[in-house]
Design a protein. Structure first.
Length: 443
């Protein structure tokens, strides 16, 4: 075979190979390197070590562009060709909450004749730590407390509320409550020990009681004023300091004597067709030797609405941003099987980096619907404060999914005591926990 014929046969399929050969006229050969395409290759190598390694791998994205992205396993290689020479931004997405990318992410990667960047991911067995505070008495600590885990990671918590520490290493941890006002006392051990299991949530509770900071005693008069139609037939309940309760008629007044200071007062047992105006619960100041007072104004409507549960909230700490272990919810679901529910999971990302979501709204998607509504739930410490419903929802990838939700209205807005549970059987997907922001209201 002549050199000319040999060059023709090699040029197309093996243009990128460097071939050493001898011909009668070596000066007539074009070097194989001159036949290589311009530009180069950018390769991203991923290595995952540790325990509970992310089972579904990651997504490598170049220049924050979904069209230049590739899925890669926990230990794998993604190769990009046809990129312009020079520097590019390379990011690793879809990293599980218990895994951490070492060094910068995203980071710079360079395309030359050959180029590469490396991502080292360390994974650990992690869980969550749920800490609640419950405070009774008078003159409650106005600015709440601080919860610290192992003396290093801390979060503020309100006097009656909770916080969740996510991504906590498995094992035993010392949990301490600080910032307690001088007139308040923690009952039991402080710090406490919480044991976190892989993928689980350990729960701890701190109970406190507060004494009046002022001297002397005074009186507190609580009144009710109810107007409208279909008035509540059995009256209400007044609770003082979170512990002392007594009944009160729909248009009535009760007076109690106690220590001077600030007292939280709540009105409960209000019928579903009636609404309390103003803040409930509220704080009322009792002066020494005098009388503090407050009136709860209640308005009732003529028609009894169907039972319903409304609200919005978030599970998990941090911002609702792709890659964070955070879920957001919004809903208004009624016992007549009408309403809307939506959930977005920012830790569950599609290949293009968008978070997975699901919506039930028959008005815009008739294939979705609420199929059952139950006015109590065993998922709640007080089942009567709960609601459960079954539904069909549309995921943002187009799938139609059957799911069940349990919601617990355990306290007022901002208390951090409300609870959500969501389960999608066909996906083996479940999320549950206390609402870290937002509110659930059962009516």
């Amino acid at each position: 075979m002549s050199c000319a014929a040999r060059r023709s046969w090699l040029a197309a399929p093996f243009a990128t190979l460097v071939l050493a050969t001898a011909c009668d006229d070596p000066k007539s050969l074009t070097p194989m390197a001159d036949l290589a395409p311009t530009g180069g290759v950018l390769a991203a190598a991923v290595t995952s070590t540790g325990s509970d390694i992310d089972p579904d791998g990651y997504l490598v994205m170049v220049d924050a562009n979904a069209t230049t992205s590739q899925a890669v396993g926990p230990n794998g290689l993604a190769t990009f060709t046809g990129l312009a020479d020079g520097a590019h931004e390379v990011g690793l997405l879809g990293v599980a909450a218990n895994c951490t990318v070492q060094a910068n992410n995203p980071r710079a990667g360079s395309v030359t004749a050959a180029g590469a960047t490396r991502f080292d991911v360390g994974c650990a067995s992690l869980g969550n730590l749920f800490v609640a505070s419950s405070t009774t008495g008078v003159d409650l600590d106005p600015d709440g407390y601080t919860v610290a885990v192992d003396g290093s990671v801390s979060q503020p918590v309100v006097t009656n509320g909770n916080v969740t520490f996510t991504g906590v290493a498995t094992g035993s941890h010392a949990v301490a409550l600080s910032g307690v006002a001088g007139n308040c006392t923690v009952s039991g051990a402080n710090p406490q020990t919480g044991t976190v299991s892989a993928g689980g949530t350990a729960s701890l509770a701190f109970s406190l009681s507060c004494a009046a900071t002022g001297s002397g005693t005074g009186s507190l008069t609580v009144s009710t004023s109810t107007t409208g139609s279909n008035l509540d037939p059995d009256g209400y309940t007044v609770t003082l300091d979170g512990t002392s309760s007594q009944t009160i008629a729909i248009n009535d007044a009760v007076t109690v004597t106690g220590p001077a200071g600030d007292h939280p007062v709540a009105l409960s047992g209000v019928a579903a067709n009636c609404t309390v105006s103003g803040v409930n619960p509220r704080t009322v100041t009792v002066p020494a030797g005098g009388t503090g007072s407050t009136t709860f104004a209640v308005t009732c409507s003529a028609q009894l609405p169907p039972p319903e549960v409304t609200g919005q909230g978030q599970l998990g700490m941090g911002s609702a941003a792709p890659g964070n272990y955070v879920q957001t919810l919004g809903f208004d679901v009624r016992a007549d099987l009408t309403g809307r529910f939506t959930v977005t999971d920012y830790s569950n990302l599609h290949a293009d980096g968008t978070p997975a979501s699901m919506t039930t709204d028959a008005s815009s998607d008739p294939a979705t619907s609420i199929t059952a509504y139950r006015t109590s739930s065993s998922a709640c410490s007080d089942p009567s404060r709960g609601v459960e419903f079954d539904a069909w929802g549309r995921a943002n990838d187009g799938d139609l999914l059957s799911y069940t939700v349990a919601l617990c209205d355990n306290g007022p807005a901002g208390s951090g005591t409300d609870f959500v549970s969501l389960y999608i059987p066909s996906k083996g997907y479940g999320r549950s926990g206390s609402v870290t922001s937002g509110d659930i209201a059962k009516r």
